[in-house]
Design a protein around this ligand. Sequence first.
Ligand code: GRF
Length: 203
Amino acid sequence: YRVAVFASGQGSNFQTLVDASKAGWLGADIVLLVCDKPQAPVVERARKAGVECFLFDPKAYGRREDYEQEITAELNKQQIDLIVLAGYMRLLTSVLVEPYAGRMINIHPSLLPAFPGKNAIGQAWEYGVKVTGATVHLVDGGMDTGAIVAQAAVEITEGDIIESVEEKIHAAERDLYPKVVSWFAHDLVHVEGRKVRILSKPE
Ligand code: GRF
């Protein structure tokens, strides 16, 4: 089962997926990193892990569709089964979304549908919620609107500061995302419109 990760930044989720794959329980290989920021720390992580990189500069293209065509060609060549977005900071067009419908997931640092879009942790903090978390969802044409696959809750308690909330959410993400990828790799995810069922979890 062949996975491509799209990322633009730190790559802590990328790293967790690579580690889980090497540990053997993911049931999937991370074979490709797609990145729009050649200087991003995630690129160095990929090099260290021996994962092939497809790097591109969006400014070198006229339209989003143009670089997405090139990405699609690379995904086809590599026979990618699942696209995992992990801090990929660009909206996708139908060039990628349509062929990978049901086979592309994103992780978002809030309990959707609360606080979609940028700076979700800051939005939740400012709002004053007592429970927040992380959501893995299928990717559709909208901003964080696709069907929800899994969520993990994080409590905000007395004594928390925004940085400690951030750390708790990132820890929840690192726990949740590899699990979800393993469900896909074991063909346990069944999508019926907005209702996503997980057939039976691998222990
Ligand atoms: C994560 O918080 C994820 O929820 C959001 O972007 C961040 C990526 O972090 N979509 P990293 O690059 O995996 O460290």
